[in-house]
Design a protein around this ligand. Structure first.
Ligand code: IPE
Ligand code: IPE
Ligand code: MG
Length: 258
């Protein structure tokens, strides 16, 4: 059972893992007659607020979708700005994350990044790897289809080497080869920016996640908006295939998918 920390939370049920598609930076900028990249810059401070609020509330894992495997299709100057912002945010925030007990991990195919950025990621992960207060997963050059494909490739390699038989492959084994394993699956998914789609985010892991969509554009997302999403989550009844009556007497959030 997850209880909110004694901190300041009036919330009755806290998600262990929150996963967010941070969308709407471009539109935020356009409304202000600014270049799209100004929206991405403004989005960084929403990231900071969200990370701090989640850590304060006692969320165990926060996953943020920063760059999808399809975002390379954007104009190259925008992609360049996004890469530089990612690099700078890691450089500026690494120590603060570490001081706050936050472990940072990047999920996605990092081989496409510059060697400089790959080193920055590895250094930040190494600095923070023993922290246990909260895990921050940044999905960068991430795609749900990529993730399932790379897991399938690893399994096929194991079969080829004679380590396992194809008939032994089950859901647990496949899940253990996805980009994060050993962490709870997302309880609450949030997408800002008003679009009602998953855009190739965590496809496997969202199977039983509660979905929450808001029109708020990412740079305007803050503690209040996060609390609103968590309050909405607390009202949901998670049944994992059971019927409502089977859940009587236990927390609506305590049932597992098992
Ligand atoms: C999300 O905002 C940031 C990234 C995808 C990197 P967008 O840039 O997609 O903003 P909109 O959707 O165009 O407003
Ligand atoms: C999803 O947003 C990816 C990230 C927020 C990183 P997009 O703006 O790329 O999604 P689509 O293209 O509107 O589906
Ligand atoms: Mg978008």
């Amino acid at each position: 059972m997850n209880q909110p920390s004694s901190d300041d939370s009036p919330l009755s049920s806290l998600p262990r893992h929150v996963a967010i598609i941070m969308d709407g930076n471009g539109r935020w900028a356009k409304r202000r007659l600014l270049p799209r990249t100004a929206g991405h810059r403004a989005g960084v401070s929403a990231v900071r607020k969200t990370v701090e609020r989640c850590a304060k509330l006692g969320v165990e894992v926060l996953t943020l979708f920063a760059f999808s495997s399809e975002n390379w299709r954007r104009p190259s100057d925008e992609v360049g700005v996004l890469m530089r912002l990612f690099d700078r945010a890691l450089a500026q925030e690494a120590q603060r994350l570490h001081d706050n007990g936050i472990r940072l991990r990047v999920i996605g195919d990092r081989s496409a990044f510059s060697s400089h950025l790959q080193k920055r990621i590895a250094d930040t992960e190494a600095l923070t790897c023993d922290n246990r207060r909260m895990t921050l997963l940044i999905a960068a050059n991430y795609g749900g289809r990529w993730d399932i494909t790379q897991a399938a490739r690893q399994l096929a390699g194991r079969v080829e080497r004679g380590e396992i038989a194809a008939t032994e492959i089950n859901e647990e084994m496949l899940a253990s080869h996805l980009s994060f394993t050993g962490l709870p699956e997302p309880d609450l998914f949030i997408r800002t920016g008003g679009e009602l789609r998953i855009s190739n985010f965590l496809l496997w892991q969202l199977a039983y996640t509660e979905l929450y969509f808001t029109d708020v554009l990412w740079p305007d997302f803050d503690e209040r908006e996060l609390d609103r999403a968590i309050a909405e989550y607390a009202k949901r009844e998670r049944r994992f295939g059971h019927i409502s009556e089977q859940l009587t007497g236990q927390s609506r959030h305590a049932v597992t998918s098992a």
